[in-house]
Design a binder for this molecule. Sequence first.
Ligand code: LLP
Length: 420
Amino acid sequence: MSDSAFHYVDGVLHAEGVSAASLAEQFGTPLYVYSRDALTQAYRAYADACAGRNATVHVAVKANSNLAVLNVFARMGAGFDIVSSGELARVIAAGGRAEHTVFSGVGKSAAEMREGLEAGVKCFNVESIPELHALNEVAKSLGKKAPVSLRVNPDVDAKTHPYISTGLKSNKFGVAFSDARATYAQAQAMDHLDVVGIDCHIGSQITEISPYLDALDKLLELVGQIEADGMRIRHIDVGGGLGITYDDETPPAIGDFVTTLLDHIGKRGHGAREVYFEPGRSLVGNAGVLLTRVEYLKPGEEKNFAIVDAAMNDLARPAMYEAFHRIVPVVKRDAAAQTYDVVGPVCESGDWLGRDRELALVPGDLLAICSAGAYGFVMSSNYNTRPRSAEIMVDGERARLVREREEVKQLFAGESILPD
Ligand code: LLP
């Protein structure tokens, strides 16, 4: 988690100027807490490195789509990267602009394409020939030309978890590198498409720069070929994926990452093209924590369990990817630590949040699950008919409720029973 935004004051964890214990008291647990300052700092690191360099930041909405979070970025002039018309609606509701938004995703429906075109999105990142045809048809029906870039799969190993690696031949994403030139030629031949760029996204939680440089080299080679075929590639979208520190990972700093990529593109003679970045996790991941309360301590022969009130439905990453999140006490306690598995109340063995953690605990204690700002709340569900948690944004000394906790009755409000 961001050390400047989340820190201890007299043994009590604070989010900026607000005690996490008081937040849990006031708003209950489980509770997502975000720091405006941490969001701002991460965005500035991108924006500062892009300044004066014909490069723009498109916040990947999927990582955290809370309106208040998106609004913090929109106020700073961010563009957005969306993968559904639902995310487009959020961007607009949060004060973002369609003309600064790129529409990604492997399975856009015709209805979503229509909404994107009507809103005037900046570019569609298209992933297959059938999708090109579909977009051409939708654009024709609206009497428009759709701006497109092809997501090319550069077949590089991003050296990350297989579920979040996307740039290999074996992944469902993008147009195969070997087919890309011919696919661009097809796009060019369609009357209602306007080829404007090239795109890739090789994975997420990437902690090294070299896979990006390998991918860029392949993309730039392709740009030369496509332009020889008579198209003009105005922008290069390098995707998102920069990793964060959850435990002891040492990803490049945001500014160094941006500068290295832009310099690499410049050195290869492509500096005049606009470069798009699509970061998600590196903007929001360490700007959020999930607060949870210990319900029961359950000692066992092989394991001690700390059963907490957050579960896999609140934070799915450990269950889905065996992801590691640091877990720290909200109030430090001077007592001997024991080794616990921190688990939730959901009826699945996969419902764990941390394994073999050294903690000094008594029932009722509060814990903070760190680095939960990205792919946390957005991936939460109502499994076991558990209402989704509230979300708070801290700004200096103030804390604001930016999403109300769900109530049980909302969870089945749209359901009905058979009449007879
Ligand atoms: N652009 C595209 C086209 C993407 O598919 C993604 C993420 C991003 C940008 C943002 O990537 P980031 O900077 O956040 O790495 N649920 C997983 C991560 C899935 C990432 C999906 N795509 C997790 O919790 O680790």
